[in-house]
Design a protein around this ligand. Structure first.
Ligand code: CMC
Length: 440
């Protein structure tokens, strides 16, 4: 007896009823490999003449992606299916870069080839030095980063053709390799020290610390605990799904702009205090609090609807549970402080007390406002010796690989279209021009 042929699964749909006209419309429902189902509304306007309204994109899947998965309620973050916790403990940043770019962990040969490629792209065009010298020395480093990363397009003409897969790959490698060099140059320029060239015998994190903190007049000793902490910070910030800066990179790239310009746009978006600028804002807030006795006053302000103050480093658009990156960061933070012999850091004391109080406070519990990754990263970076203005720059160094992986995924998508959201227009309707002498 022959078995019945398997029947295709019935297409799931969602029905929209327009109460004004009584008309019904069916829309297909799409399933990802995990996570919420998605209503496919691509034909919504054609069929109903209506748009959806979702400012802040809180309910909108803007793309299909296989790079990073977040379950904000459970506090899960996966890069290509691997948990962030395991990667932070067992992997290293360049291996994570390969994983994000290619979808799989590298084998031994792939890893050494990749490390070799990135290491050999770390120098920047010598003429970039003159470009730096045009900035004021007291410029915010993120302003310098936006300008200089965008300027890479003016120096590397041979990797601007986004239709050539080889050029796309080279542009990606250049961005990942050169961004720490540019970040270190930015720092050196701001403090008036000589620029330090990269060293190929060091790991990604070691080389970054070396370019940032060494001077030509004496040898620089790499501290392995600090290098490991730096590597972990890079891993934890490498990608985070469709956040504001990644969406900015995708939107810029959707118009077929070159990858250097797209990553510069991501850096601009990351600069904001609600996004990458939060770790800098955390430190500023801890300094403003100044003493543990003043914490209740600030908690009160954070809860006051009429006060715009928010506890920096708390809350997240997606995580409504403990940010899994924050847990790893908390441990790393203690390792770094122990290594550096910082026992009674007043800012850390305030941070720990603030965390304790906020986790017990009804307001924060009810709104599910947990400490996020930036709450601890600022303290680690300060202990290592970075000035606060550099914190968001370090976030950009780490996130570049995520932006590149997401940009590449978008460009390689056959049905890719320019991103063009619509709007709910609430301005004046058409009216006649009024001559100057007739205006009130
Ligand atoms: N302190 C006090 N109240 C807060 C905070 C906070 N940090 N965050 C959110 N709330 C309140 C907010 O006032 C609102 O209350 P109500 O419902 O009564 O109006 C409620 O919680 C929901 O806030 P929301 O602004 O609608 O939430 P959102 O998802 O739009 O905002 C956020 C997410 C990260 C922008 C916000 O939590 C925030 O501003 N946090 C501080 C800045 C920060 O630490 N940002 C780093 C995010 S992690 C790094 C990254 O991935 O980029």
């Amino acid at each position: 007896m022959s078995e019945a042929a398997p029947q295709p699964k019935a297409q799931q749909t969602v029905t929209l009823i327009d109460n004004a006209t009584g008309k019904k419309y069916d829309f297909p429902v799409m399933n990802g490999s995990v996570g919420p189902r998605v209503i496919d509304i691509r034909k919504l306007y054609a069929e109903t003449g209506m748009f959806t309204y979702d400012p802040g994109f809180t309910s909108t899947a803007a793309c299909e992606s296989a790079v990073t998965y977040i379950d904000g309620d459970k506090g899960i973050l996966l890069y290509r299916g691997y948990s962030i916790k395991e990667l932070a403990e067992k992997s290293d940043f360049l291996e994570v870069c390969f994983l994000l770019l290619h979808g799989e962990l590298p084998n031994g040969q792939q890893k050494s080839e990749f490390v070799n490629t990135i290491t050999r792209h770390t120098m920047v065009h010598e003429q970039m030095q003159f470009f730096f010298r045009g900035f004021r020395r007291d410029s915010h480093p993120m302003a310098v980063m936006v300008g200089t990363v965008g300027a890479l397009a003016a120096f590397y003409h041979d990797s601007l053709d986004i239709d050539d897969p080889k050029q796309r790959e080279i542009a990606g490698h250049r961005l990942i390799a050169k961004i720490p060099t540019i970040a270190a140059l930015t720092y050196k320029y701001s403090i008036g020290q000589p620029f330090i060239y990269p060293r190929n015998d060091l790991s990604f994190a070691e080389n970054f610390l070396y370019m940032t903190f060494s001077v030509p007049s004496e040898p620089y000793k790499i501290n392995p605990i600090l290098a490991r902490a730096m590597d972990r910070i890079f891993i934890l910030h490498a990608d985070h799904e469709q956040n504001a800066s990644t969406s900015t990179v995708r939107l810029a790239g959707s118009s077929r702009a070159n990858p250097f310009a797209c990553i510069a746009s991501g850096i601009a978006s990351l600069w904001g205090p609600a996004h990458g600028g939060a770790n800098e804002a955390v430190l500023a807030m801890l300094e403003e609090i100044g003493d543990k006795s003043r914490i209740p006053e600030f908690i009160k302000r954070a809860k006051d609807k009429n006060d715009t103050f928010r506890l920096m480093g708390f809350g997240h658009r997606v995580y409504k549970n403990y940010d899994p990156r924050a847990e790893i960061m908390r441990r790393t933070c203690h390792e770094v402080l122990a290594e550096l012999g910082i026992k009674n850091d007043p800012l850390l004391d305030i941070a720990m007390e603030l965390e304790k109080i906020a986790l017990q406070d009804e307001y924060f519990i009810e709104k599910k406002l947990y400490p996020n990754v930036d709450f601890y990263s600022g303290i680690i970076l300060k202990a290592i010796g970075f000035p606060t203005e550099m914190f968001t720059v370090l976030f950009a160094v780490a996130r570049t690989v995520g932006w590149v992986a997401q940009w590449k995924e978008m460009i390689e998508e056959p049905t890719q279209k320019i991103g063009r959201p619509r709007q709910l227009y609430t301005g004046a309707t058409e009216r006649a021009y009024v001559a100057l002498d007739k205006r009130k």
